[in-house]
Design a protein around this ligand. Structure first.
Ligand code: SAM
Length: 237
């Protein structure tokens, strides 16, 4: 169960709000998450206050920094149990969300949540490196978002191919990501992106977080993303 008072307090502090029906959907999602987690490991975070802050507020905070137009097409790369994508979708069912993960069981969980709430979404079981070479998904999204998936260099190779020219790749990181952000700049440029904003903020007191917004300036060269073994062996420099 979410801590409603705490969630509304955090959102208000950041100038955000949430209507009642959106809260109810998010609260049901958190109940299903904690219940399912008893038999299938989806998250290490299960205390109501922690779930509220570290999963739900941390996903909703994207609305402060990113303006998602009505019906925006978003891919959540390495969504796991649905963060941030399922929180965004349940609070804004107008969004066209694609959930991508290489673990089928996690996607089964997401499907069961979207089915039970009557919201529609695309579920994509694939490795990002493979889906990024598929014409159906390449350069097709207004936004690609990823939280806690990989270092920014590899993540850029996973995510930027999905984003259309003019779209944005949203990387959600811990505050200490300075070095990896610097190290990723050449790769980002090579893949057709440009770091537009590197936002450091306190989600709550003593919980600094970082959101990096990378704009897609030109098409990603066709050889990227490379197969996973190549990315692992030869990260872009
Ligand atoms: N984004 C979620 C969150 O913040 O709670 C999940 C993070 S979890 C640590 C990383 C997820 O990314 C896992 O579900 C894993 O299966 C997925 N993943 C890692 N590498 C991937 C890849 N190359 N393609 C697709 N999914 C990947």
């Amino acid at each position: 169960m979410l801590d409603r008072t705490l969630l509304y307090e955090i959102l208000a502090k950041h100038g955000l709000s949430l209507d009642d029906s959106a809260f109810k959907r998010l609260d049901s999602f958190s109940d299903i998450l904690v219940k399912t987690n008893e038999s299938f490991n989806l998250t290490a975070i299960t205390e109501p206050k922690d779930v509220t802050v570290k999963h739900f507020a941390d996903s909703l905070i994207l609305y402060k920094y990113v303006d998602f137009p009505k019906g925006a097409k978003i891919i959540d790369v390495g969504t796991g149990a649905g963060f941030p994508g399922l929180v965004l979708l349940l609070s804004r069912p107008d969004l066209k969300m694609t959930f991508l993960d290489s673990t089928r069981k996690k996607l089964g969980f997401i499907q069961s949540v979207t089915d039970s709430m009557g919201v529609s979404a695309e579920i994509l079981h694939a490795r990002a490196e493979d889906a990024g070479q598929n014409r159906e998904y390449r350069e097709r999204f207004d936004f690609a978002a990823a939280r806690a998936v990989s270092n920014l260099t590899d993540l850029s190779e996973y995510c930027l191919p999905f984003v259309r020219k003019g779209g944005v790749f949203i990387s959600m990181k811990s505050a200490e990501a300075e070095d990896e952000i610097k190290a990723a700049q050449k790769a980002i440029k090579l893949l057709g992106g440009e770091t537009e904003k590197d936002i450091l903020f306190d989600l709550v007191e003593e919980m600094p977080r970082r959101i990096i917004l990378i704009k897609k300036k030109s098409q990603t060269p066709t050889q990227y993303p490379r197969p996973s073994a190549k990315i692992a062996k030869n990260p872009l420099k």
